[in-house]
Design a protein around this ligand. Structure first.
Ligand code: SF4
Ligand code: SF4
Length: 127
């Protein structure tokens, strides 16, 4: 029975081609519901650290003083959790094909450019 199943699979693969693809030579298939790649709009990030605290893979590091946001793409398993918890919606999950990366390219450091607006001056009480 085992040999029969195996022969069937081999013949099917010979006729239709294998089910796997030769990534990264051949880009992965994308569909409208595919998750892809976490991206940030650094002009909106308020460095609250919520994404870092909620990330189950410890893939994000937010340095409030240095105003940096860093992601380790080899740790990220694309769960979308950080995107859901960001209070200012500056994280998005891009549905794009991501080329293969080396270990050095896995970490991405982004300089946050958000500037907190100044509070309006208090009005002096009229006499
Ligand atoms: S998608 Fe998930 S694993 Fe990836 S950085 Fe966001 S919370 Fe972490
Ligand atoms: S990306 Fe969003 S959740 Fe993460 S530190 Fe910036 S504002 Fe906070």
């Amino acid at each position: 029975m085992g040999y029969f199943q195996m022969t069937k699979t081999v013949v099917k693969s010979i006729i239709h081609g294998p089910s796997t693809i030769r990534y990264p030579a051949v880009p992965g298939k994308r569909t409208p519901i595919s998750r892809g790649h976490v991206t940030i709009d650094p002009s909106k990030c308020i460095s609250c650290g919520m994404c870092m605290r909620k990330c189950p893979a410890n893939a994000i590091c937010v340095e409030r003083q240095a105003k940096t946001w860093e992601i380790d793409r080899f740790r990220c398993h694309v769960c979308d959790c950080c995107v859901e918890v960001c209070p200012v919606h500056c994280l998005t999950m891009e549905n794009t094909y991501t080329p293969a990366a080396t270990v050095h390219e896995g970490r991405e450091l982004v300089q946050v450019t958000y500037v907190k607006p100044e509070k309006p001056a208090k009005k002096e009480p009229e006499e």
